[in-house]
Design a protein around this ligand. Structure first.
Ligand code: ADP
Ligand code: MG
Length: 232
């Protein structure tokens, strides 16, 4: 592909703790993700997947190596630059992380609040439209307590994608769901991201959803194994 990658990682190393307690968790990770690509990251628990995802999401500081997201180098980036990068990324976690005291629409609208240029009315319209798109048009005024696990995760997808990010990072988004809801959630994610031209990096143990990937990466003990291209 000749286009610029949206994520470009070179020889990234990461360790937790200091001194005798220092524990390396990522070793020389190198990887590129291109616009619109769906990349699945698998690997045993504790292999470093979440650490890599939070580094790419600018939620953790880069210690060593190069990590460019949307052309911004995150190694050495200042707070303002990190906030800027984060605003172009959608996040979906294993637990939906919805605010219990807000309705589905308000939860989705929250993620647009960072985007000050969007007027309040438009934030509401866009929140409603994306909830409609994930099949929750009749649940916009429901509180998370009154939604099923799959519905909550669909609200989380709506919240992650309402600002039309260039990159979606999803960490085991189907882990708490039964296989049918898990499949539905991932298909909705795939469809919306494709419509928006959004790249996806998805961590999963769920073998039933591997087929949505353009590429599958495998992580073992903090190292990325050579990737497998599925199509083309
Ligand atoms: P995975 O998502 O593949 O299960 P993680 O990236 O969560 O793996 O963890 C990789 C390793 O780093 C594990 O050994 C874990 O215990 C350790 N680790 C993760 N987060 C922290 C932290 N905040 N402090 C110390 N060690 C951590
Ligand atoms: Mg993890």
């Amino acid at each position: 592909m000749s286009t610029e990658p949206i994520v470009s990682v070179r020889d990234l190393n990461h360790a937790f703790g200091k001194g005798e307690l220092r524990k390396p968790v990522l070793y020389d990770v190198t990887l590129d993700i291109y616009p619109g690509e769906i990349v699945i990251l698998t690997g045993p628990s504790g292999s470093g997947k979440t650490t890599l995802l939070t580094l790419i999401g600018a939620l953790r500081s880069v210690q060593q190596g190069s990590l460019k997201v949307l052309t911004q180098e995150l190694n050495g980036a200042n707070k303002k630059q990190l906030v800027q990068v984060r605003s172009k990324i959608g996040f979906i976690f294993q637990a939906h992380n919805l605010l219990e005291c807000l309705t589905a629409r308000q939860n989705v609208g929250m993620s647009l609040r960072l985007h000050h240029h969007i007027p309040f009315e438009e934030r509401t319209t866009r929140s409603m439209a994306i909830l409609e798109a994930v099949g929750l048009g009749d649940r916009v005024n429901y509180y998370p307590d009154n939604l099923s696990g799959g519905q909550k995760q669909r609200v989380a997808i709506a919240r992650a994608l309402v600002s039309e990010p260039s990159l979606l990072l999803a960490d085991e988004p189907t882990a708490a769901l039964d296989s049918k809801s898990g499949r539905d959630v991932v298909e909705i994610m795939q469809q919306l991201a494709q419509e928006q031209g959004c790249a996806i990096l998805l961590v999963t143990h769920d073998n039933r959803i591997l087929d949505i990937a353009d590429r599958i990466l495998h992580m073992e003990d903090g190292r990325l194994a050579t990737d497998t291209a599925l199509h083309s």
